[in-house]
Structures are given as C-alpha cells and as structure tokens.
Design a binder for this molecule. Structure first.
Ligand code: HEC
Ligand code: HEC
Length: 184
C-alpha cells in the first residue's frame, strides 16, 4: 500500500487522500473477490499497476485489515465528481498536461486522458511517491523547476519543458491542491 502509494487517492486504515472512494468503506461493502477485481481491472482514473496475483492478495488483505473495527466514514466518501457531460474541458490541466497525464482534482474532478506520463493525483500531498530529485517530495517549488526543464532534474526525462504564465500556474495550483494537505 505504501510502496504503490494507493493513499494518494484513497483513505485506507483511516489515512490518505480523499480523491477516490475510501477503501475502509469499500471493505465494508464489497467482497474480497470484488476488491481483487477492482485492482486487477481498474477504472480509467485508477492506474493499472499490473500486479501479480499474490501482490493483489496482499493488498486486499491489507485493505481488509486496515478497515477492521473502523466505522464507515460518516462524511461523504467521494469528493471527486466525474465529468459526464461530454463537454470538452478547457481548464489548464486538460489543455497543457491532460494529453499525457490524468489527475483527480478535488475542485474539478477527473481531468486528463493521457497515460503516457504518471497519474498525478495528489502530487503535492505527502501520500504521493517521493520521486523528485534525490527522493524529495513534490512541492510547488519543485514542480515549477520540473516544468521549466524536466531534464535538469532527470537527465533521461521524456517530458518536454512546459511554459506556463503566472496566471496559468495559479490555476494549475488550484486544480492540484488538496484541502486536507498541511500547507505544501
Ligand atoms: C490516481 C488515483 C488512484 C490510485 C493511485 C489508486 N486508485 Fe483505486 N480507485 C481509484 C478510482 C477513481 C476508483 C473508482 C472508485 C471511485 O470513483 O472512487 C478506484 C477504485 C478502487 C477499488 C474499488 C473500490 C470500490 O468500492 O469499488 C479498489 C479496491 C481500489 N481502488 C484499490 C486500490 C489500491 C489497492 C491502490 C494502490 C495499489 C489504488 N486503488 C490506487 C483511483 C485510484
Ligand atoms: C507530451 C506529454 C506530456 C505533457 C504534455 C506533460 N507531461 Fe508531465 N510527464 C510526461 C512523461 C512521459 C513523464 C514521465 C517522466 C519522463 O520520462 O519525463 C512525465 C512526468 C511528470 C512528472 C513527474 C511525476 C513523477 O512522479 O515522476 C510531473 C510532476 C509532471 N510530469 C507534471 C506535468 C504537468 C503539471 C504538466 C502540464 C503543465 C505536464 N506534466 C505535461 C509527459 C508529459
């Protein structure tokens, strides 16, 4: 669960981002077989981790153990709304990042359609993998440096620099920020 950073989208054992359904409540509603199947055949906005059967079993056991004795959260479990209107999104993420990335945004729902780059859900939160230079966390300053020139951070990066105006950066920020985050 920690290695794969499931908590960048889900709460499990009471901890994690609330961008997708809480796995503590899923454990109460679903059978183990259904949980396995959701990991094996994920929805479009959950990454496909391509896991072996036994890894999935370990994960489901950890979901069930984490949910033990927990009351199903009383607050609404899912904050993200999905855009089903069929209208094309014109937000900055969809325009500048969405061809290669996806994100679950608290404010704007599921954005992006690309799977070339990693799913960026929860990027500024402590639950996102620490994959910036030297295993540092991603924060606003780091993200800005990355966008300016990914190859300066990772010499082998495939992503090209993306130039954003200050105004666009502020809009991007409001899309990727999670309200429960400390203050990154
Ligand atoms: C980028 C976000 C994201 C990540 C990371 C992620 N998931 Fe999900 N997951 C989702 C979404 C979206 C759904 C569909 C349900 C929803 O809309 O909340 C989902 C559904 C599930 C379900 C089915 C829940 C139910 O009640 O039907 C399980 C089980 C699950 N995920 C497990 C995991 C595990 C285990 C990991 C880590 C290996 C993981 N997820 C990582 C986004 C994510
Ligand atoms: C043309 C495709 C493309 C576009 C557009 C793009 N990226 Fe990327 N991005 C990638 C790829 C591919 C990677 C994987 C790392 C690499 O090889 O560069 C990546 C990696 C990243 C990472 C590193 C994540 C990690 O965990 O390692 C961040 C952060 C990121 N992109 C943010 C953005 C943002 C924000 C935008 C829009 C402003 C954006 N990207 C636009 C292709 C793209």
């Amino acid at each position: 669960m920690d290695q794969l950073a499931c908590r960048r989208c889900h709460v499990s054992a009471g901890r994690g981002n609330r961008l997708a359904v809480s796995l503590d409540s899923s454990a109460a509603r679903k059978t183990a077989g259904e949980l396995v199947s959701s990991i094996k055949h994920p929805v479009a906005n959950m990454p496909n981790f391509g896991l072996a059967e036994e890894q999935i079993t370990t994960l489901v056991n950890s979901i069930l153990a984490g949910a033990q004795g927990r009351k199903t959260p009383v607050t609404a479990p899912v904050q993200v709304h999905f855009n089903t209107s069929g209208k094309k999104s014109v937000d900055i993420f969809s325009m500048k990042c969405g061809s290669c990335h996806r994100i679950l945004s608290e404010r704007s729902g599921a954005l992006g359609t690309g799977d070339i780059g990693p799913n960026l859900s929860g990027i500024l939160s402590e639950n996102y993998p620490k994959t910036f230079r030297n295993s540092e966390v991603w924060n606003r300053a780091n993200l800005k440096l990355w966008l300016k020139n990914p190859r300066e951070i990772r010499p082998w990066a495939r992503m090209q620099p993306v130039t954003l105006t200050e105004k666009e950066l502020i809009e991007l920020d409001s899309i990727i920020t999670i309200s429960s985050d400390p203050n990154m």
